[in-house]
Design a binder for this molecule. Sequence first.
Ligand code: NAP
Length: 326
Amino acid sequence: MIHMIQGIVVRESGVELEQFDESFLGEGDVVVDVAYSDLNYKDALAVTGRPGVVRTTPLIAGIDLVGTVAESDDPRWSVGDWIVLNGAGLSETRNGGYSTRARIDGKLAVALPDGLSPEAVASLGTAGYTAALSVMRIVMEGVNPGDGPVLVTGATGGVGSIATMLLAAAGFEVAASTGRLERFGDYLTSLGASQLVPRAELEGAGKPLQKAQYAAVVDSVGGEVLANAIARTLPNGTVTACGLAGSHKLPSSVMPFILRGVTLAGIDSVWAPLEDRADAWRLLAKGVDTTQLELMTSRIALDEVIAAGQQLLDGERHGRTLVTLS
Ligand SMILES: NC(=O)c1ccc[n+]([C@@H]2O[C@H](COP(=O)([O-])OP(=O)(O)OC[C@H]3O[C@@H](n4cnc5c(N)ncnc54)[C@H](OP(=O)(O)O)[C@@H]3O)[C@@H](O)[C@H]2O)c1
């Protein structure tokens, strides 16, 4: 019997929800019945046909998947195991998670951490896992809760919301920066932010060294916001940069690095090694309030993903979006 699969396919001619058989899935040593995916900034770019994510067509979109193993040639995985795979080329060069079935390379897949349901893991998705990698890096660089507040930019977004939650759970004072303070100030406070910083304060060309006030920064915005955040980082502080929601540019200078010993740490979730992935998921299981996560997550079905992607790019969504496939 031919098993028909539904998925969101990006082609040169456009992006559509299509039906196809297993031969479309491509190479891989593990077949997964996908139960959930989610919507990240990169997914929004891919499903609205923007360039920069999908590098070969036709390709199934979706940078994350959570599901159960249906077939496996990888000794790490058995039929029925729940797994999560984030990045690792999904929706870039390999077929991704917006598909009821996927054939993946099992090497970078992670077992679901104790304490998080499959839905919670998918709700967190790449955004949550990247927030965890950022927080892990800040701690690894030696920043402690007593050193001063941590600035989170793009705080109402996926990475920003989860970073705020994880940092607060780890005892850090969080200064959350947002362009939507009036609408989402209470939301950010409920996630654990103790200071709210209007995005406008970090916009515009600023001096390379400003009043130092943040022990660390989690930035997903880039551009002048990142440059001004670096300029306000305390001596020996760490700034993690993972995103470009505002701009891919960095109009900064070497001054904060050579006069204040600031570290700029890049975060790449796509090809992070297996050990870091497992650590990040353990940190999420420890630091995320799942009731809070549910409150900040909206659910959509596969046939609603393309429209939701456009809304995300238009700044009409906040928090996380869970995509249910089964
Ligand atoms: N390096 C990696 O491995 C990795 C992994 C995950 C994500 N990322 C990147 O990180 C970024 C954020 O991802 P996400 O999933 O959190 O996206 P998201 O949910 O859309 O959040 C992005 C947030 O950035 C702020 N923002 C949006 N447009 C802006 C603009 N023009 N200028 C300044 N701020 C703006 C908004 O926050 P406020 O309204 O609160 O200001 C928005 O909520 C994206 O660039 C994504 O590609 C990278």
